[in-house]
Design a binder for this molecule. Sequence first.
Ligand SMILES: Nc1ncnc2c1ncn2[C@@H]1O[C@H](COP(=O)(O)OP(=O)(O)OP(=O)(O)O)[C@@H](O)[C@H]1O
Ligand SMILES: [Mg+2]
Length: 377
Amino acid sequence: MAEESAPRPTILVVDDNEQNRALAKATLESEDYSVVLASSGADALAAFEGALPDCVLLDVRMPGMNGFEVCAKIRTLPQGADTPIVFLTALRDVDTFDAALRSGGDDFLTKPVRPTELILRVQAALRLRRLNASNREYYELARRQRDDLIRLQLQKERLIAFVVHDLKNPVGNVDLHAQVLLRDKELPDRLRGSVASIRDEVRSLMRLITNLLDISKSEEGKLTPARASVDLAALIAECFEALGVAAKSRNITFETTSGVVRAVADPDLLRRVLENLLDNALRHAPDDSVVRVHGVARDREVELRVSDEGRGVSPEMRERIFDPFVQVESKDRSVSRSGRGLGLAFCRLAVEAHGGRIWVEDASPGAVFCVRLPNDE
Ligand SMILES: Nc1ncnc2c1ncn2[C@@H]1O[C@H](COP(=O)(O)OP(=O)(O)OP(=O)(O)O)[C@@H](O)[C@H]1O
Ligand SMILES: [Mg+2]
C-alpha cells in the first residue's frame, strides 16, 4: 500500500485559524511529515482528493461546513473510508465527543494542543492504518473501551461543573445571612465569634468554588477579564477586611504600602487573586507576625507584592506550586492543610489572562508573591 512504501507520510491539516495551521505545520514538519493545509471544509475535501493524505487533523468549529460534516463526507470518498481522522476541538464535552465519533472520527484532541501530544497522536493514527485484520479486531475492542472511559470522564467533568456552579448561590446566601446577624446589635457577644467563624469558613468555601469555576472557564478559553480602572488601596482594604477574622485569631497584622493608586484590571479577578495570595500568606505566616502588600508602578506596568514571614518556598518548588493540585508537604503541623492546591493555579490563569505574570521570590524569612500586570488605559 502507498503509505508503506512512502517514506514521508502526508498529513492534511484543516483549520480556519491561520495561526493554528502554521503551528501544526511547523510541528509536523519538524518530525519530517509532509503537510498539506486547508482553511475550510470545501478546501479540505478538494485537498483530500488531490493529496490522498495518510492522516487528517480536523478542526471542529469552522464557518460553513463544520468538522463533523467534513469528516462524514471524507468517509464517503474513495480511499476516505479508513484514513485516520483526528479531531481538534476547543469544546471538551461529552456531546462534542459523541458527535466526533458518530461522524466517523478516530481520535479527539482538545485545544490548546501541545506539540509533543500532537506528534504522538499522529504516530498512533498512522500505526493504526498499518494494522492487519486480526489486530484491527483487537484494536476495535480496545477502542470501544477507551471511548467508554473518555465518555465517563467527560460526564464526570460536566457533573462537577454543575455541582460547583449550583453551590455558588446557596453558599453566597449563607454568607449574606451571617452578615445580617453580625450587623444586629442585639446579637449576644458569646455568639458573635461563632457567626464570624461561619462567615470566615463560608468565604473560604466560596473561594474554592470560584477558583474551580474559573480554572474550568480558562480551560475552555472563556476566562476573559473585563478591564476597568481599579482603586488599589480600596481593593487591598477590602481583602484585608475579608480575611480579618482569620488574621486576628492569630494576631497577624496586615500592612500596606501602595505607591500606585490605580490599576487597569478586572476588579473581581484581581480581588480574588489578592485574596488567594493573602489567604496563603496567612496560612504560612507565624503567629504575631506581619503580612504586607506593596504596590509599585513601573513604566506602563503595575506590580503587587504580597509578603509573609513564614517558611518561604524552596527554589525547586517555585514554578510547580502554580500547577493545579500541587501542595508542599509541611513538617510544621500548625500550617493548615485544608486547601486543595487550586489557589495559585487560579491566580496564574487570571494574571495571564490579563497578559501579566506571577512568580514567587525568596524574602528570607518568608515568601514574596509578585503579580505584574500591564497598566495601559
Ligand atoms: N506564602 C506561602 N508560603 C509558603 N508556601 C506557600 C505560600 N503560598 C503557597 N505556598 C505553597 O504552595 C502550595 C499551593 O498553594 P495554593 O494556593 O495553590 O494551594 P493551597 O493554599 O494549598 O490550597 P487552596 O488555595 O486551594 O485552598 C501550598 O500548598 C503551599 O505549599
Ligand atoms: Mg491557597
